[in-house]
Design a protein around this ligand. Structure first.
Ligand code: CTP
Length: 402
């Protein structure tokens, strides 16, 4: 699924060593279906060549305000008029100062001033330049002027120092751009999500777990973040990278997930329980590795005793001032019947159900929404696409959400 299909982005590069990351960025934007016009300041051409940016964007690169390739000689107007957004990455301290002052002494600054589309900037500079009072004044002025400031990140800098001021990584900027174009259906809402499996120890080297890749839960966390929510993700062990921009608490057992959820549930507007929580844990966990009996001739199996784990979703739904709760149910048969029953039994307004054998580990999924009105099937689609549809369905049903 291309996430930026039909989007036209002007990618502006001002002078800074982070220009090398913009080569990867343009590649990622194009990969996701965007048409990218690259505009560079003269300073940027000292860090990366126009040829590189042209090869990666597949389009002519503009530097000079007097470029004779534009028939009416109005590159500053023509380039920005067709654009859905202008992204300046890297945005140097000097270029941000220029934007604040409304100066227009080269092509990139002129087209920013003449724009009729949103402007986003990804600052990149030395930590002292970033924390300097004039830069901080300029950053807050840009935000007041409606410019979206992305980052910066923190860490090792090209100059050898460590601190704030690194340009966000290309994949982080891509995530920001994709999020930028999504409707803000959950703006300022707080959303708590559980994802992945839980693992329950048998002994120090063995566990019992549920099959869950975590993909659906992570996709929902991303979709809620894109919709403008403040998201907290509580995850059992998965092979997935922690999603950008979302605080993620890693847990192992159902009890740990339960405790983490209860510690974070206060003041949440929505709780989405996607995790495949193990229903039982081993009650007699061995403190040492359970050994096979070498003398036993027949198969010798240990006696495991089980204890019921807390039902996290039902516990949250029963809290006074409970958030609006959404459950998930992966069944292997009689989906409608089980899903309706489960929703009522857990005391929740909405449950998403699917047939486990069709979607386990896959990137696509087929789900139905179950609520008071009945069953609402969604067409099979990529998990990220389904996640966005589910977030829209939650936003529509959430009481008091405009
Ligand atoms: N769930 C939970 N805590 C548990 C078990 C399940 O929070 N101990 C949540 C899941 O995250 C999911 C929903 O409850 O949102 C349904 O999970 P499921 O395992 O299908 O339901 P169970 O109540 O365990 O029913 P059963 O296993 O009998 O189908």
């Amino acid at each position: 699924m291309q996430e930026l299909l039909d989007k036209r982005i002007v990618l502006g590069l001002s002078g800074g060593i982070a220009c090398y990351k913009s080569a990867e960025l343009v590649r990622r934007l194009v990969e996701q279906g965007a048409t990218v016009d690259v505009v560079m300041t003269d300073a940027a051409t000292h860090f990366i060549t126009a040829v590189t940016m042209q090869a990666l964007s597949g389009r002519p690169v503009f530097i000079d305000a007097w470029d004779p390739r534009i028939p009416n000689n109005m590159a500053h107007i023509d380039l920005s008029r067709g654009a859905d957004a202008i992204l300046i990455a890297p945005a140097s301290a000097d270029f941000m100062a220029k934007l604040v002052q409304g100066r227009a002494d080269d092509l990139l600054s002129t087209l920013c001033l003449a724009r009729a589309c949103p402007l986003l900037v990804a600052p990149a500079m030395n930590r002292e330049m970033w924390s300097a009072a004039p830069t901080q004044r300029n950053v807050s002025q840009l935000a007041q002027d409606g410019v979206k400031v992305l980052g910066p990140g923190s860490g090792q800098q090209a100059c050898g120092e460590t601190g704030d001021g690194r340009m966000l990584e290309p994949l982080q900027l891509l995530a920001e751009m994709v999020a930028f174009f999504q409707p803000k259906l959950l703006k300022n809402k707080r959303v708590l999500i559980t994802a992945g499996p839980t693992v329950e120890p048998i002994d120090p080297v063995r566990v019992i777990t549920n099959r869950s890749s975590g993909k659906t839960g992570y996709a929902l966390a991303r979709a809620a973040f894109e919709a403008g929510a403040q998201v907290t993700l509580i995850s059992g062990p998965t092979a997935l990278p922690e999603p950008y921009g979302i605080p993620c608490i890693q847990v192992q057992t159902a009890q740990q997930m339960h405790d983490a959820v209860l510690a974070h549930v206060k003041e949440q507007d929505v709780f989405i329980s996607v995790a495949a929580v193990a229903d039982w844990r081993v009650a007699n966990v061995a403190s040492d590795k359970i050994k096979k009996d070498p003398k036993a001739k027949t198969t010798h199996s240990p006696n495991l005793e089980f204890a019921l784990n807390p039902d996290i979703l039902a516990t949250v739904a029963a809290l006074p001032n409970a958030p609006w709760c959404v459950g998930f149910a992966a069944e292997t048969e009689r989906l409608s019947e089980y899903a309706h029953d489960k929703r009522k039994r857990k005391g929740i307004p909405m449950l998403i159900g699917n047939l486990a054998q069709h979607v386990m580990d896959a990137d696509h999924t087929t789900v139905s929404i179950f609520d008071e009105q009945g069953e609402h099937p969604l067409p099979t689609s990529a998990k990220q696409d389904i996640a966005r549809q589910l977030i829209a369905a939650i936003a529509k049903r959430l009481p008091g959400n405009a």
